[in-house]
Design a protein around this ligand. Structure first.
Ligand SMILES: Nc1ncnc2c1ncn2[C@@H]1O[C@H](COP(=O)(O)OP(=O)(O)OP(=O)(O)O)[C@@H](O)[C@H]1O
Ligand SMILES: [Mg+2]
Length: 476
């Protein structure tokens, strides 16, 4: 029963054991969601301590559509649970996807897929179920046809998505980085397609060094008959520019600067062996409708991973700008969702270099060009605040760390104290969703399980080495 009603906030006297934080309730034709619960006593409910739920009214169903409510609900009205059909009607939108059920019910938790380009953050402590949730999300977007590109830091998505593909066919393409694997293509970056500033993805260059590299690259282009060149050609060209600087002290590139550029490029030749090549991967093959493209960077070093993410995200955004503004160079034909696992490694506030900058650009400009970003992380407080605050949909799972909670509260408009408090009590596979993909203040969801065969065994399952006796001695 409603015992208090002010604005959109209701105080409800609870008589059912099934009411919990996140329950969606109905008062006449108004719907509300329980945001907190506690025992209290007052003159309206008597002197005994009674269980009171505080709930936020979010709308009224009329003609199958949710309408905003302009006046408070009358007190003393009877409150009941919203039915499965009502819940699905409340959440229904044109382009809907679903990653699980509304908590405590059989109703599907429907989200508005059209808001993918206002960016998504999946945040939780380690082991809370982020990757499983992201795999469900990726599958759902792909079933609508949206190209999805996944930066897979731990090499886990191929297995998860292959399992999901047993139920609904999915087109999954995997590229590895730096190391080949049987049957999979390797992602390659074309050296001759990079300009001097592009090299900042791979090495920290100052302005003078970028200018010197421009001179070095122009020197190659001026001499070469074929279009494509590799790092060795750049190193040779550095030697020529160094020679020129030694002969002519008034040359526009200083000898020491040219030498520094040569050292950096030589360093790249070692770190990026098997990543750079002449032609490179055609990035438009990574953005194809109904295709999930996984960039498996699990075997590459952090520097290589960051450089690849930086390069790919820049080229994809540029390709989309080129398409939308009809520039016609290296266009990416289709919109895309870029999913970045372990995002604190690429968009961390301490990450230097161009990787974070490229992701910031997608977060702020991507929407105009159909590029959505989905960041996944177990260290929300380490992610650049500018990027997080551009993620208009938050999917939060179990989190206890107070710094992470604070950071979430600061970065997301749609998150209030009640939601943050609720994060402690979430089990594995449960999440709270807020923001652009929903028309209601928040939603608690039980994410669909992915039945991977995970062997349950002790971590201490070691085999003792056999003891060999020889002569009078025992050897292990
Ligand atoms: N929706 C779910 N329902 C039931 N169990 C789940 C669900 N999602 C995940 N799990 C279980 O939790 C485990 C951890 O899930 P997952 O790998 O997605 O966590 P994570 O948050 O990505 O962890 P990490 O920080 O290590 O990447 C899984 O191995 C699985 O057993
Ligand atoms: Mg994970």
């Amino acid at each position: 029963m409603v015992v208090g009603s002010e604005g959109s906030i209701l105080r409800i006297l609870v008589q059912s054991d099934s009411v919990e934080v996140g329950s969606i309730l109905k008062v006449q034709d108004h719907f509300c969601i329980v945001s907190s619960m506690g025992y209290s006593e007052d003159e309206k409910i008597g002197s005994r301590q009674r269980l009171i739920a505080e709930a936020e009214v979010f709308g009224r169903l009329e003609g199958g559509r949710l309408h905003k409510v302009k006046k408070p609900v009358r007190p003393h009205e009877r409150v009941e649970f919203a039915s499965k059909e009502e819940l699905e009607r409340l959440l229904s939108v044109d382009d809907k996807i679903s990653i699980g059920r509304v908590y405590g019910t059989e109703a599907r938790a429907l989200l508005n897929a059209g808001e993918y380009d206002r960016h998504i953050a999946v945040l939780a402590s380690t082991g809370a179920g982020k990757s499983y949730t992201a795999a469900n999300l990726i599958k759902e977007f792909s079933l609508l046809g949206l190209p999805v590109l996944v930066v897979d830091t731990h090499g886990e998505y191929q297995k998860l998505l292959a399992k999901l593909a047993e139920k609904t066919p999915l087109n999954i393409v995997v590229y590895t980085v730096k190391y080949g694997r049987q049957g999979l293509e390797q992602l390659k970056i074309p050296v001759s397609n990079l300009n001097a500033t592009d090299f900042m993805h791979f090495a920290n260059l100052n302005d003078n060094q970028v200018y010197a590299l421009e001179v070095v690259l122009n020197n190659i282009v001026a001499k070469k008959v074929e279009e494509d060149y590799d790092l060795n050609d750049i190193i040779k060209s550095c030697d020529e520019i160094i020679g020129r600087a030694v002969d002519d002290k008034s040359s526009d590139v200083h000898e020491e600067t040219a030498k520094a550029v040569k050292r950096r490029i030589s360093g790249l030749a070692r770190t990026f062996r098997d990543v750079f090549d002449l032609k490179g991967t055609d990035l438009s093959k990574l953005v194809v409708p109904y295709q999930i493209t996984i960039i498996d960077a699990s075997l590459a070093t952090q520097t290589v991973r960051q450089s690849v993410v930086s390069y790919v995200s820049k080229k994809i955004l540029q390709g989309r700008i080129s398409k939308v503004q009809e520039i016609g160079i290296d266009t990416i034909e289709h919109p895309v969702l870029l999913v970045v696992e372990e995002a604190h490694n690429y968009a961390g506030d301490k990450v230097t270099g161009s990787c974070k900058f490229q992701l910031q650009r997608i977060a702020s400009e991507g929407r105009k060009f159909g590029v959505g970003l989905c960041v996944i992380s177990q260290k929300p407080s380490k992610i650049d605040e500018e990027i997080l605050s551009q993620c208009n949909t938050g999917i939060y799972m179990h989190i206890t760390n107070p710094n992470d909670k604070d950071h979430i509260k600061k970065s997301f408009e749609s998150v209030n104290e009640d939601i943050v408090r609720g994060l402690d009590s979430l089990d594995v596979g449960e999440c709270i969703i807020t923001g652009a993909m929903l028309d209601i203040p928040f939603l608690m969801c039980t994410v669909d399980r992915i039945e991977l065969k995970e062997k349950k065994q002790s971590k201490f399952n070691f085999k003792k080495q056999a003891k060999v006796t020889s002569g009078k001695f025992g050897y292990v």
